[in-house]
Design a protein around this ligand. Structure first.
Ligand code: NDP
Length: 600
């Protein structure tokens, strides 16, 4: 056990680290939690305007009928559309706020944006499209182009409505269909609706003093203003050559765009509240010989291999072999003392020790790559690795060696305020020509708030009301009182670090259910009260949510900004892990009786 190994063997003292983690967390805990951010609307709505559309689509309101309406044109919506098309479902309409398909990859075009899960695993439907990404971690433009290619391949452009936001949906029991209303005055109807709004779709801004008083240029990373910065997703931000630029935030987005800003800006100020853990990326071009050698079935096999390894399982080989699989391999190896019977407390202690070791390695990487010892110290994360999304990048830390790049370490407090001229942090004003908010997206708020609309189901029940005390679903996909409605998301479903993998499984499941309804000539499918209750109980029983782990974490969206929600067990994903969840829903389909659903 940890304490039995000497601190000399380990190179650190677990008790000292535990204390340091506590101190760093305590510096960041704040009473307002999620309320420190505000919803971007009204006077701030220009922050969410679409900078990528060439012209606004003008069209008459639609009042037509389609078989299925899918909300969201990201990978969730595209996968649903693709699997339903394969299953022979007739007309499918995707409604999307942006000007094209792509979802998160439509919006996040900031310089350096790339997938952080290996692209051969992350990008869905590669085999269906005969496509192999050009890099191991491919960049955003290729992912956006792939999204469009999926739309083309599965004919999803035909009925799509872009630049359109859903404002509400209502079920009609008499007509047995949904009416979907939008900001374009549409009142279209569909037999089925699928919501694939995405988990991180609403940019958030910190509610700091003076946020509306800054007179310089400003934007959020998910609406990158290339007209102002020059260049493109590959960098070359030439218009910043005489500009002083400030970035607020050091999460996964900032880690990717800071190196480009460092190269482009005259002066770059990075305002840090909490450092990210930044491990080796080692990106590389795809080997053409390898891609030519791929056999049919290669992508699903690779996805399954990755998913098994990152959810703590065992596989004969590690096909992806990167930072993600290494993290979990290390954690798993600590608890895999075959033949030993360890108590849960001993397992927890071993996991903690493996985590300390990994994070010591991350911290020493900052020391190795950053010349100035004070800056290096500021860039060291002191928390357990899964308190925040682990990051992988080879250019972020060295960027701080450039003389024009300044890390403003706010020691966990965040910036003090904005003024007309710039940002005040640690009591000092930094004058800036441009402020970029890399402050992330809403996570801990209600599902219907994040979706931007509510649903009215059978008997006038709203989804907001139905889930007021926590989610209630069968398999995370359907909820009683909302017939013919499917929700593509991770709560009460299988969660994996490669989101599209889970969404693909959900899409296949929806296609199966619709196929069964068609076979039975049923017009309506709904969860039974018993089916829903049993699944909610199963989710709570299987939950691996650990209040003590989450409370010990530095605040962030993983732990509801330092206030682990009482509903985390109920709203969390299936505790036995994604592999078991995917098997469970496959077995459910194979059993064939649609247990927990009623059709009429
Ligand atoms: P995050 O929520 O991860 O980061 C927001 C940042 O803003 C944090 O560093 C936060 O600090 C900081 N911040 C917030 N308020 C203040 C303040 N008042 N003063 C100073 N700093 C402040 O958002 P990201 O956009 O970086 O990432 C969101 C998620 O998107 C990721 O976790 C990941 O899941 C996904 N993503 C995926 C990528 C991929 O490669 N697939 C790439 C980029 C993002 P603090 O930590 O202290 O709260």
């Amino acid at each position: 056990m940890a304490e039995q190994q000497s601190t000399t063997d380990l190179g650190f003292d677990p008790n000292t680290l535990r204390e340091k983690y506590r101190e760093e967390r305590d510096k960041r805990l704040r009473a307002d939690g999620n309320e420190q951010y505000f919803e971007v609307k009204g006077d701030f709505s220009h922050y969410v305007d679409d900078p990528y559309i060439e012209s606004r689509i003008d069209r008459q309101p639609l009042t037509d009928h389609v078989d299925v309406i899918v909300v969201g044109g990201g990978f969730g919506g595209l996968l649903t559309g693709a699997r339903l098309t394969e299953a022979g479902v007739g007309s499918i309409r995707i409604i999307e706020k942006g000007g094209d398909f792509g979802g998160t990859w439509y919006w996040n075009r900031y310089p350096g944006a790339a997938c952080d899960v290996e692209s051969y695993v992350y990008l869905p439907l590669c085999e269906e499209l005969g496509f192999v990404p050009k890099e191991k971690y491919t960049h955003a433009p290729e992912i956006l182009a792939h999204s469009r290619a999926i739309g083309e391949k599965f004919n999803l452009y035909e009925h799509a409505c872009f630049q359109t936001e859903v404002e509400g949906m209502q079920w009609s029991e008499a007509d047995q269909h949904w009416t979907v209303r939008t900001n374009r005055g549409d009142a279209m109807t569909a037999n089925f609706v699928c919501m694939a709004n995405g988990p991180l779709n609403r940019p958030k801004l910190p509610g700091i003093e003076g946020i509306d008083s800054y007179k310089g240029h400003t934007f959020h990373t998910s609406r990158w203003d290339y007209a102002y910065t020059g260049g493109g997703p590959d960098g070359g931000l030439t218009k910043l050559a005489d500009r002083r630029v400030g970035v607020i935030g050091t999460g996964a987005t900032a880690i990717q765009c800071v190196p480009h800003l460092a190269r482009g800006a005259k002066e770059l100020y990075v305002f840090q509240r909490t450092p990210s853990s930044v491990d080796v990326r080692a990106n590389r071009p795809t080997d053409p010989e390898w891609s030519a050698s791929l056999e049919p079935g290669w992508q699903q096999a690779r996805m399954d291999n990755f998913n098994t390894l990152v959810s703590g399982g065992f596989a004969d080989e590690d096909l992806v072999n990167d930072g993600w699989t290494e993290i979990i391999r290390n954690l798993a190896s600590m608890v895999n003392f075959r033949g030993q019977t360890l108590s849960p407390a001993e397992v927890a202690e071993k996991m903690e020790l493996a985590d300390f070791q990994k994070m010591e390695q991350i911290r020493s990487r900052a020391e190795e790559l950053v010349n100035d010892p004070n800056t290096a110290e500021s860039l060291k994360p002191y928390y357990r690795q899964f308190c925040k999304r682990p990051c992988f990048n080879d250019e972020y830390l060295p960027a701080f060696n450039q003389p024009n790049v300044h890390l403003i370490d706010t020691q966990g407090r965040g910036i003090d305020k904005l003024t007309a001229k710039g940002i005040v942090a640690n009591g000092e004003e930094v004058e800036l020509d441009c402020i970029i908010f890399a402050t992330g997206f809403e996570v801990g708020t209600d599902y219907t708030r994040r979706s931007g609309y509510d649903l009215i189901g059978r008997d006038g029940l709203s989804l907001k009301e139905k889930w007021a005390d926590g989610m209630k679903t069968l398999h995370g996909l359907q909820t009683r009182g909302f017939p013919n409605c499917f929700i593509v998301q991770s709560g009460q479903s299988g969660f994996t670090v490669s989101f599209p993998h889970a969404m693909n499984e959900q899409a296949k499941h929806i296609a199966y259910i619709l196929g069964e309804c068609a076979k039975a000539k049923a017009k309506v499918v709904e969860v039974t009260a018993e089916g829903e209750q049993a699944w909610v109980e199963e989710i709570i029983r299987m939950s691996r949510f650990s209040e003590s782990y989450q409370s010990a974490c530095t605040p962030g969206y993983y732990n509801n900004e330092g206030k682990p929600s009482q509903r985390s067990k109920q709203n969390g994903s299936y505790g036995a892990g994604p592999t078991k969840f995917f098997r469970l829903i496959k077995a459910w389909r194979e059993e064939g009786s649609m247990q927990g659903l009623e059709i009429r």
